[in-house]
Every structure is written in C-alpha cells, then in structure tokens.
Design a binder for this molecule. Structure first.
Ligand code: CTP
Length: 424
C-alpha cells in the first residue's frame, strides 16, 4: 500500500511592510487551497497586522517573540522550521533579504529562516529606490544563487505615493508560485487538488501587439503593452488552468506556472502559433492581442535609405489574416478543440455595445470584452481598465474601473459563472 500523503506545510513569514495586509489574504488562500499554514511575524510586521488575524485564519498560534513568556517561545523557531516543508516570506523587506543573505539571526523570522533547510520563496515588497539600491540587488543575487526563489515584485502604486516597481506580487500569484515549488517536494507530500471551473481547463491566451517589419530596422506596430493578456494568463494559472501564452513583443515577464509560452513577432507568426496550439487541443481561447490589421505590402531585405526614399514616402500596406475571423474557424472543428470557447476583445469609441456585438457575431466569438479607451478609468497605458462582457444575449456584466490584475481575475470569474449557467 502506498504511504499516506499529507498536505504541504507552509511556514509563512511576514515581515514589516504595508503589504503585510495582503499576506492575510495569502494565508486564507493557502488554507482554502488545502495547505497547512503556520505564521511567524517580525516585530515590525505586528505594527501593520495583528498576530490574532493570522491565528484565526490559519488555526495555529503565531510565533512573534523568541523571548516571550510562553514556555514554547524559546523553541518556536526550531519547531516551526522543523515542521515546515516550504517557507514563504511575504512581504520580504529589504532588511529581511539583507539578513537572509548574510545569515544574520537576530529575531524570530531571521532565526527561523536560518534554521530552515527546505525550499524558500520570497515575495519582496519595498520602496522603488530601496529595490534598486545596489545593496538590495546584490543581496537578491546572493539569495538567488543559493537557490532562494522569488515571485515579484511587480509595478504599481506604492505606499510611498509613487507608481513604480516594488509592489508585492498579488496573493494569487504567490499561491501559484507555492504550488509550483510544492511540485518538487517528496512524493509523500501531496499538493492539494484544485477544483474550480478553470481547474485543468486548457486555456490559450494571446497578448501584446504584433510587429510587422518594413525593413530589417523598421516595423509597423501599435501601443499595446500586453498587460491585460499577461494578467489574464496569471489569473488563469492561479485558477488552476493549464495556460499557454502566445505573446507579441512586450517588456513583461511571463507569469510562473505556464504550460506553454511562445513569443511571436508578426500577425502571421501569431496565427500559426494559435493554429498549432488549437490543433494540440484547447478548451478556451482568449484573444487579447492587438493584432496588426495591416502589414507592409513588401518587406525590404536591406535597410531603406532616406536618399532613395526621397522627401516623401508612401508605405503600401496589405491586410493581415484575421486570426479570430479566418484562422480559428479552420482549427476549432478538429477533435482536440471541439467545444472551444472563444473570447475576443473590441476597442470602440462610438456605440461600443452595438459595434462590439456585431463584431462578436461576425468573428463567431462566444464572448467579447468591449472597452472604450476614451472613457475615464480606462485606456492605453492606464493603471486601471474597465470592460463590458457581451454574449449572444447582450450585456452580461459591466466591470468597475479596476487595476488590470484584479480585473483579470474578475473576468475569469464572470466567464466561469456565465458559461457554467449556460451549460458549458
Ligand atoms: N483580431 C484577430 N486578428 C486580427 C485582428 C484582430 O484575431 N488580424 C482579434 C483581436 O485579438 C481582438 C479582436 O479580433 O480579440 C478585435 O477585433 P478587431 O476587428 O480588430 O477590432 P478592433 O481592434 O476594435 O479594430 P477595428 O474597430 O478597427 O476593427
């Protein structure tokens, strides 16, 4: 008979940053996902959130003090470290990273960390200048070289009032990083099964712009950053889906835990990649890429020179394949992608719902997410975004203006709700 398996035991160490409040949600997500969780907090962390919050969320006493009155206090640091399979430091401050890099053990968290021999995941969170300080950069390198894993930080609104890199990764992202790391634990430790609508679904997401070359140094492109598609990919991974991301050229780091990741340049490349993934099998296609509708009619193999082009230059363009309209129908009828659900996007400035509905029908999408880039709380490069989800019977849901990561999660929840109730 196989040896009994147990859920992985997570030691969640919370250090002193405002992001500590998000670690409460992380603790809840980990517990809901079936992990056993014990929490240790630095003194500074207890100034942001109380140990009682974590005690209630995890059902275990929280270690905060090596020199407290309880008889167990002096031994907690060894006991917790011995108990855990995996350590997560979230948020990980610059100070904690520095101590960990140099093996300093002057408090409950730093001591536990030194006493813990297993895999470690850090979710840094700090002011942007602290993050870029050569000391922090060097400490992170030392830790990474030693095998410490990192998730984030991402960009966004920081507590110091700036919008920059330094924000702790979202709890869902940290959860999916924990799931990834847990895969390497001994077989006797079973990762809890995920059971939601998206669990095990094969989801293909496209993101970013396409670049259509004019000559070896120039191209036609658009301003898509890929943020929405990457946020959807990350949310789908966190929801348990098997996600393949096909991305145009963007400056983003792919989320952890993807089943497949393809970087493409042109609309033709993206069309080919989408076709291949659909042929291999997919349950959902979410086309968030801003595919270029046109490409230069001729590609010049040598750089076009000004003196040859003269004072004016007319660039002849020709239509690209419409991936949703022309390429997907050829691949969705195969046995592997039978039952494929297709979600597209539409950018409309006039009669948004009417036009997006027509587009949905014309391109045979099941759902379309429409947005108006000129509306307040939305648009290119904006931190927040607003979408309207439209199906065969009209508007299904109008989102509030929200950060793209939070919005991505809500979009998936809405799609799950709608599709389950329509028998999908
Ligand atoms: N799309 C595609 N292939 C293209 C162009 C777009 O599959 N060659 C997809 C996009 O990924 C998106 C949807 O189609 O999901 C957008 O449709 P589109 O008609 O391009 O709408 P807009 O981008 O809003 O452009 P326009 O209003 O100019 O038609």
């Amino acid at each position: 008979m196989a040896a009994p398996t147990t859920a992985p035991k997570i030691l969640l160490m919370v250090t002193g940053g405002i992001a500590a409040y998000k670690s409460c949600l992380l603790a809840r997500l980990l517990v809901q996902a079936g992990f056993s969780v014990k929490v240790a907090m630095t003194d500074a962390a207890t100034k942001f959130v109380t140990p009682m919050t974590f005690q209630v969320l995890t059902g275990h006493p929280v270690a905060t003090d090596m020199w407290g009155d309880r008889p167990s206090d002096a031994l907690d640091h060894i006991e917790f470290s011995r108990w855990a399979d995996l350590a997560v430091i979230a948020p990980a401050t610059a100070n904690t990273m520095a101590k960990a890099a140099y093996g300093i053990a002057d408090g409950i968290v730093s001591t536990m960390l030194l006493a813990f021999p297993g895999p470690v995941l850090m979710a840094p969170a700090m002011n942007n200048n602290m993050l870029r300080h050569p000391a922090t950069v060097a400490n992170r390198e030392i830790l990474a070289a030693r095998g410490v894993n990192f998730v984030g930080p991402g960009s966004g609104w920081l507590a110091c009032g700036t919008v920059d890199e330094g924000r702790m990764a979202e709890p869902e992202e940290i959860l999916s990083a924990v799931r990834e790391l847990a895969k390497d634990l001994p077989a006797a430790v079973a990762i809890p099964e995920e059971t939601g609508f998206w669990t095990g679904k094969r989801v293909l997401i496209t993101a970013g712009p396409t670049h259509e070359p004019i000559d070896p140094v120039r191209y036609v492109a658009n301003r898509s950053s890929g943020t929405m598609g990457y946020a959807l990919a990350s949310a789908a991974v966190a929801a348990g889906a098997s996600v393949t991301l096909v991305s145009g050229p963007v400056a983003l780091t792919p989320p952890r835990g993807l089943a497949g990741f393809r970087v493409v340049e042109t609309a033709a490349d993206m069309a080919a990649a989408v076709g291949e993934v659909l042929d291999a099998g997919a349950d959902w296609l979410i086309m968030s890429a801003a595919v270029a509708d046109f490409k230069p009619a001729h590609f010049a193999t040598g750089k076009l020179k000004k003196d040859v082009l003269g004072d004016g230059w007319s660039l002849a363009l020709t239509r690209n394949p419409d991936i949703l309209g022309e390429v997907v129908p050829e691949h969705r009828s195969g046995p592997e992608s039978d039952g494929l659900r297709v979600v597209g996007f539409a950018l409309e400035t006039d009669d948004m719902v009417g036009r997006a509905s027509l587009k949905r029908e014309a391109k045979k999408m099941d759902y379309i997410l429409a947005n108006d880039p000129t509306a307040t709380g939305s648009g290119f490069g904006a931190e927040n975004h607003q979408v309207t989800l439209i199906g065969a019977d009209g508007i299904i849901w109008e989102s509030a203006s929200a950060p793209k990561k939070a919005l991505a999660k809500e979009i998936l929840q809405q799609l799950a709700r709608t599709d389950s109730s329509s028998g999908g």
